[in-house]
Write a protein that binds this ligand. Structure first.
Ligand code: PEP
Length: 257
């Protein structure tokens, strides 16, 4: 398996302390050395508890957002990267389409959060992806170029080497309709080629994961693409078994390649 392999869960606004404990209890026996890097991104209030419960399991903890500011101060409701790190997180989702669509996150905000995450010692999982209308209007590459372009322009090579990129077509998120393996590979190859224009070495080392209705039964096929390095998993990450099945699918797909 390449170093790029990565499977992360995004719990969204779900879970409780009891759910965290039960999840970790069920996940532990399913973890072994053959699995890719893994992380579970939970609501801020559960980050500490998850990080403590996962101690020694070999699965990282993440938040689902991070402040764009780095210095402490009058930013009511915000959580900084260094606070996340202090609570045991090493990842944060940045620019998820739900935050872009529902909370007005612009490309500039996404860049600020990406940089702030890195400055605070957190690996940002930066999400890009088109809506169905944009796909139907043949705007996929234009949209991705805009979203990714902002990150490429706003970050140094060193910062870019510390991100994970997630391709999450909005029409596939939470809909049960995932991209086909061919669609995913096509877009991942496109994203990697855009990054290669900036720095070839960077494009070869960057993890580009797919998100959008990944389940145990479609994961292995989606992971078949050479440029698909894993997944950002929403709904199916709430159950330890299905999340573990997806990570095992990544491991077995890599073994086949
Ligand atoms: C997500 O929330 O990032 C996601 C991919 O959700 P789902 O797997 O439920 O489509």
């Amino acid at each position: 398996m390449t170093n790029r392999a990565f499977v992360a869960g995004n719990w969204k606004m779900n879970g409780s302390r009891a759910d965290i404990d039960a999840f970790v209890d069920q996940l532990k026996p399913r973890i072994d050395d053959h699995l890719p890097r893994m992380a579970v991104c939970v609501p801020f209030v559960y980050v500490s508890r998850l990080a403590e419960a996962l101690g020694g399991v070999g699965v990282a903890t993440g938040g689902q957002d991070v402040a764009g500011e780095t210095e402490p101060g009058a930013f009511t409701g915000e959580v900084s990267a260094s606070m996340l790190a202090d609570c045991g997180a090493t990842y944060a989702v940045v620019g998820h389409s739900e935050r872009r669509a529902m909370y007005g996150e612009t490309d500039d905000i996404v860049v600020a959060k990406t940089r702030a995450a890195i400055a605070g010692g957190i690996t940002p999982i930066v999400c890009v992806g088109e809506t169905l209308e944009q796909r139907d209007a043949d705007e996929v590459e234009a949209v991705l170029n805009r979203q990714l372009g902002a990150v490429l322009e706003g970050c140094s090579d060193e910062e870019l080497s510390k991100i994970v990129l997630a391709y999450e077509p909005v029409w596939a998120i939470g809909t049960g309709r995932s991209a086909t393996p061919e669609q995913a590979q096509e877009i991942h190859a496109f994203l990697r080629s855009q990054i290669a224009k900036r720095a070839d070495t960077l494009s070869r080392s960057l993890s580009i994961v797919y998100g959008g209705s990944v389940k145990p039964d479609n994961a292995k096929a989606i992971f078949a693409g050479d440029d698909v390095d894993g997944a950002l998993v929403g709904g199916a990450s709430l159950k330890a078994d299905s999340f573990a099945d997806i990570a095992h699918a990544m491991a077995s797909q890599s073994a086949t390649n």
